[in-house]
Each structure stands twice: as structure tokens, then as C-alpha cells.
Design a protein around this ligand. Sequence first.
Ligand code: ADP
Ligand code: MG
Length: 239
Amino acid sequence: MPQHIRADEVALRDVSAGYPRRPVLHQLTAHIPQSATTAVVGPNGSGKSTLLSVLAEVLPLTSGTVERAGTGRPGLVVQRSAVADTLPLTVRDTVAMGRWALRGSWRRLTAHDWSVVGDSMERLGVRSLAGRQLGELSGGQRQRVLVAQGLAQEAGLLLLDEPTTGLDAAARQGIAAVLHEISADGVTVVQATHDVAAALDSDHCLLLRDGRLVAEGTPADVLTDEELKRAWHFPQPAG
Ligand SMILES: Nc1ncnc2c1ncn2[C@@H]1O[C@H](COP(=O)(O)OP(=O)(O)O)[C@@H](O)[C@H]1O
Ligand SMILES: [Mg+2]
């Protein structure tokens, strides 16, 4: 579907944001189309994770506005490197944390919650690993568990920070396929990514450099040969 006939899930206008004494995003104006996949690309340190924190409503703006069409808390899947691999958590517990995040409280989960947890594990192909400890899994398996946790939040806006970085091609494609499926179900998916294939395969693309929006549009428009050379001059993950 051409991007121009989609409504916006999020409209950012002149957004500046950052950390104490460290401005990162500078007057960023961009659109996130509804029920579609958006890739946020750019070199390391260009502000991709910071932009996801703004979209997740966990980082306040310094100035500008963020308008959201949908309601409910956005779901956030953090970078795998930010998750301790040694936590004594099972796959099932990790995915169930997505339900707690949704409820905002550590109360008992209902039968419905557990059924969403089961469905989310099923969708990412990790149900057979439900009783395993996170630390025993491969990188690709752990990443699928984190995406299942995001899915379990049943958010209308799902934000993922480099969900396929460091994974082999088969694992990357598996995650990409699930993200497309859930966007077809009506979820707005935004992923920060170093994965050129994932970016090219997205419906919409934002290119950041030094906290500024360099280009926005279809991946074909944004990721020109020149931009690919420029933005992907850093080493690609193996596999
Ligand atoms: N919690 C933080 N406190 C201070 N500076 C930060 C913090 N997180 C990120 N930064 C800085 O903000 C800039 C953008 O970082 P980030 O959004 O993580 O970029 P990317 O995800 O594109 O690599 C970097 O210079 C980084 O060092
Ligand atoms: Mg990042």
C-alpha cells in the first residue's frame, strides 16, 4: 500500500530531546504511518535509541510536540545487550513481564494474560522453550523471546531497538516476517536497525544523522546507494 494513503500513528514536530547536559535529537519532524513497519536507520550514536525512548514516552521532550493517534502504552523491546543474560528467569516469565508492563502492576496474571503469553511464545516459535532459563538460550532464541515479550503487551505501537542485530540471516528473516504479520494485523511497528535488509523491507524509513532527520520516505527513496555507503560504513554484524 503506498505510504501516502496511510494515516499517521505518530506525528513528531520540531522535537528536541536528550539527557542532562546532552542534547541528542534536534528539531526532528517526522511521521510514523499506522499499521505499517517503519525502520529508523543511521550510524551509531545518531539518536535511534533516543528516538525510540521519546516514542515510548519514557524520555521527556525538551521542545516540540509528539501527537499519537492511538491510545494505550506503547510496547518497547529493548536492545538485547541491555538485558542481563544471567537473570534467573524462564522464557515464560520473561514473556509474562510484557503483561505486567501492560498492567503497570505486579499483580497475579489472569487466565487471559497467560493465554496471550502462550500465543506470543507460539508466534515467535519459543513455546517449546517456555521452561528454559534465558541464560541457556542462543542469541537468536533470546531475541525472539524479547520480541514475544513486546508482542504480549498487545500494544498498538510496538517499538523495537535493533531486534535483529547480531543474528544470522535465518533468525533475522524469522523476526522480520513476524513484524510484517503483526503490522498487517493493525499494529504500528517501529524498529531501530542496522540491518539493511530489514530497512529495505520496511514500509517507511527515517534516516538520522547526528540527531537530525536527514531523510524520510520509502526505503527506496531514503536508502539511495550514496546513503547506503554513507550510513553503513561501519562493520555489519556477521552472519
Ligand atoms: N542515558 C544517556 N545519558 C547521556 N547520553 C546518552 C544516554 N544514552 C545515549 N546517550 C548519548 O546520546 C547519543 C545518541 O545515542 P543513541 O540514541 O543511543 O544513538 P543510537 O541508538 O543511534 O546509537 C550518543 O552520543 C550517546 O552517547
Ligand atoms: Mg541504539
